[in-house]
Design a protein around this ligand. Structure first.
Ligand SMILES: Nc1ncnc2c1ncn2[C@@H]1O[C@H](COP(=O)(O)O)[C@@H](OP(=O)(O)O)[C@H]1O
Ligand SMILES: [Mg+2]
Ligand SMILES: [Mg+2]
Ligand SMILES: [Mg+2]
Length: 349
């Protein structure tokens, strides 16, 4: 089945959400970063992006009923006394962003519309039916620092990811792995990655009209020259042991958000490792869009046992521990190094 209509709607929604987030990032003050009950940060861009995606999908895919599994499910803080100004700011962002698109110009958006659009993201996902999966701002920590972040949107059908779209507004068009002082790469940024099952993965400039180009993972098999990625805020000692065992000589490149998946899909790096603290279960929205973009580019996304990620179990990847994103050729070597390193460090799967 072709998902042309869904892909078109998702690209439009994500591009507009990215436009909203770019404006916020430029002027964001530390005092405008809120902390959620789980102690993680959230900003007007996280809520605004979620509202924009929810409203755009709803309008573009009418009369279908939208089922959205999204990160920002709690609007209680926004509805509290004292939050009126923040909510008004978010509403203005959403209104202005939609008005910047010809097809939505003139539509009136109230604070209640924005709250309802955010609340629409409360679906639980699962193994039956169609569910959209959204991370409105992935890598909020990077966003707040003025660095990398992504807007990730995917469509699940019967528990499988069939469409993925990811905007990376600060990612260089050339490569994610560039020297910090390489000005020409730093200036030419903003990528929109997308993929649909069986149709390949593509990238196009986020703010331009250039046609999409197909992306493929790296064909490099020489691990001495390989580059590997990990989270910015969670450097895990096990990652370094695995890389050392593989003979990788370069230091890990640390990037926020699922832009790491996009980087592997484009061949910027050969491997992305994500081991977390014992007991942590990954959210599906941190991986859904990224995983289809990498696999459609010829890559592999699996857990420590080599099993593909299972997106059919609700909001968490309950059945997967540790995530490995790489090329088909390197997968067996990496799995072996992972097993050996975990045994040496007495870590259980
Ligand atoms: N202690 C932790 N361990 C693992 N993942 C965490 C975490 N704290 C936050 N996260 C998740 O990691 C995501 C960011 O990934 P990365 O480190 O690759 O940038 C966050 O997404 P958000 O920024 O959307 O909340 C959040 O869901
Ligand atoms: Mg978050
Ligand atoms: Mg996230
Ligand atoms: Mg997020």
């Amino acid at each position: 089945m072709s998902y042309e209509k869904e892909l078109g709607a998702a690209k439009k929604a994500v591009s507009l959400a990215a436009r909203l987030s770019q404006g916020v990032q430029k002027t964001l003050l530390q005092s405008e970063v809120w902390t959620k009950s789980d102690k993680t940060p959230v900003t007007a861009a996280d809520y605004g992006s979620q509202a924009v995606v929810s409203l755009v999908l709803e309008r573009e895919l009418k009369p279908a009923t939208l089922s959205l599994v999204a990160e920002e499910v709690d609007t209680r803080d926004l509805r509290k006394k004292g939050s009126e100004e923040f909510l008004e700011d978010i509403t203005k962002l959403v209104r202005d962003t939609l008005a910047s698109d010809e097809s939505y110009a003139g539509s009136s958006i109230t604070t209640e519309d924005v709250l309802n659009a955010i609340d629409c993201g409360k679906s639980q996902g699962g193994s039956s039916g169609c569910h959209w999966v959204l991370d409105p701002i992935d890598g909020t920590r990077g966003f707040v620092r003025g660095e990398q972040y992504a807007v990730g949107l995917a469509l699940l059908v019967e528990g499988k990811v069939v469409v993925g779209v990811m905007a990376c507004p600060n990612l260089p068009l050339s490569s994610a792995v560039v020297e910090k002082d390489d000005k020409s790469c730093q200036d030419n940024v903003g990528c929109l990655f997308f993929a649909a099952t069986g149709s390949g993965a593509y990238v196009q400039p986020l703010n331009g009209n250039s046609p999409p180009q197909e992306v493929r993972v790296s064909s490099n098999e020489n691990l001495e020259e390989a580059k590997f990625l990990e989270s910015y805020h969670m450097p895990i000692p096990l990652h370094s042991s695995i890389a050392k065992k593989l003979g990788i000589t370069a230091l890990p490149v640390r990037i926020d958000s699922q832009a790491k998946y996009a980087a592997v899909s484009r061949g910027d790096a050969e491997m992305y490792l994500r081991f977390t603290l014992v007991g942590y279960r990954e959210w599906i929205w941190d991986h859904a869009a990224g995983s289809i973009i990498t696999t459609e580019a010829g890559g592999v996304v699996c857990d420590v046992e080599g099993t593909p990620l299972d997106f059919s179990k609700g909001k968490r990847l309950d059945h997967n521990r540790g995530i490995i994103v790489t090329t088909k050729k390197l997968k067996p070597l990496i799995l072996k190094a992972v097993r050996e390193s975990m045994e040496e460090e007495n870590l259980r799967v």
